[in-house]
Ligand binder design. Structure first.
Ligand SMILES: [Zn+2]
Length: 341
């Protein structure tokens, strides 16, 4: 256990049932006991390397829930269901991970069976991007409306909630927005997926640094060129420099916003969601900073410029609210859906 927090006695709750959310990543497993309104009553973080297999992760998660619920502070609550959020390509019919990076022991295993064997309770397996999107959707009380949550960072992920339900597609690949093509010519940049011209190659963190490098070269900015050539600059540095008025960094952020707006526009034109949220580590300061606000404004104006009037002008585009806890909250809240009424 790397950290554990219990707040049962300090939080208001009208109901006694809590749901266990398990959010599995390559580095950490996040756990949360969450009530029906999405409030986290207890949470913990475990190191994935200490547990390795899904069987051991599920056992450790249940042990955490039992320990918390047997404490005097939380004794009025009981465990009503379990939600397991996993990265990668999830076959939701079989609850099997078909493709996943950094979790070799998880691939091909029947995760629903493992949950059922760990504790006989209603439970569900969901993709982590979709569970995070579900938490943001619930927070906004969107009912049967649709929402997309983009996670901006090294890669560009996208979780979908369609008409009120997490949506993974028939092959577990719905919402792979990072691999929408935004450039088609011979010069289109190569992507980690093996294809060319994907959004991720331009607007993922490496793509952003590549853009800055190209601009620094054209404008003979030796200082920025050397920083980008040695990979000693990060998107956080780019944000900090942009805030201090660096023209090149501001230009790169504007271009990144345009690339994102183009891809989101294509997605919005197809699924026509009510809300699109931008989250993850690379939001250029987010709503708190002028740089982040301009980034969001350019994403919005690009969507409006590239979609039908009814699609772009009705689409709400905002920064995400829940941060790192979204996956665990969403997993717990999806678990509520599977409880027989
Ligand atoms: Zn790609």
């Amino acid at each position: 256990m790397t950290s554990e927090t219990i707040n049962c006695s300090t939080l208001p709750s009208t109901r006694d049932d809590l749901f266990l959310g398990i959010d599995v990543g390559g580095t950490n497993v996040k756990l949360g006991l969450v009530d029906a309104s999405g409030i986290v009553h207890a949470k913990a973080v475990l190191a994935t390397l200490d547990l390795v297999t899904p069987e051991r992760v599920c056992s450790a998660a249940i042990a955490f829930a039992d320990r918390v619920l047997s404490s005097s502070e939380c004794s009025k609550f009981h465990l009503a269901g379990i939600g397991l959020a996993v990265p990668g390509v999830l076959d939701s019919q079989e609850a099997v991970l078909r493709e996943v990076v950094n979790l070799p022991e998880w691939r091909g295993k029947r995760l629903q069976d493992i949950l059922d064997q760990t504790r006989d309770l209603p439970s569900v397996v969901v993709n982590d991007a979709n569970s995070a999107a579900y938490a943001e959707h619930a927070l906004r009380s969107l009912g049967n409306k649709s929402l997309a949550l983009l996670t901006l960072g090294t890669g560009i992920g996208c979780g979908l909630v369609m008409k009120g339900f997490p949506y993974g597609g028939d092959h577990g690949c719905a919402g792979e927005l990072g691999h929408i093509k935004i450039r088609f010519g011979k010069d289109a940049l190569p992507c980690t997926c093996g294809k060319k011209g994907c959004l991720e190659a331009y607007a993922g963190s490496k793509g952003v640094i590549h853009q800055l490098h190209s601009l620094a070269k054209i404008s003979n900015n030796a200082e920025v060129e050397s920083l980008t050539a040695t990979n000693s600059i990060t998107p956080l540095d780019i944000t900090a420099r942009a805030k201090r008025g660096c023209g090149l960094c501001n230009k790169v952020i504007d271009q990144t916003a345009e690339y994102l707006g183009q891809a989101i526009g294509q997605m919005a034109q197809v699924i026509d969601p009510a809300v699109v949220l931008l989250g993850g580590a690379m939001t250029f300061g987010g709503s708190e900073s002028k740089v982040g606000q301009r980034f969001l404004a350019i994403v919005k104006s690009t969507i409006i410029a590239t979609t039908l009037e009814e699609v772009g002008s009705n689409l709400q585009v905002e920064f995400a609210s829940l941060g790192n806890d979204a996956g665990v909250i969403g997993a717990a809240m999806v678990a509520q859906q599977v409880i027989p009424s």
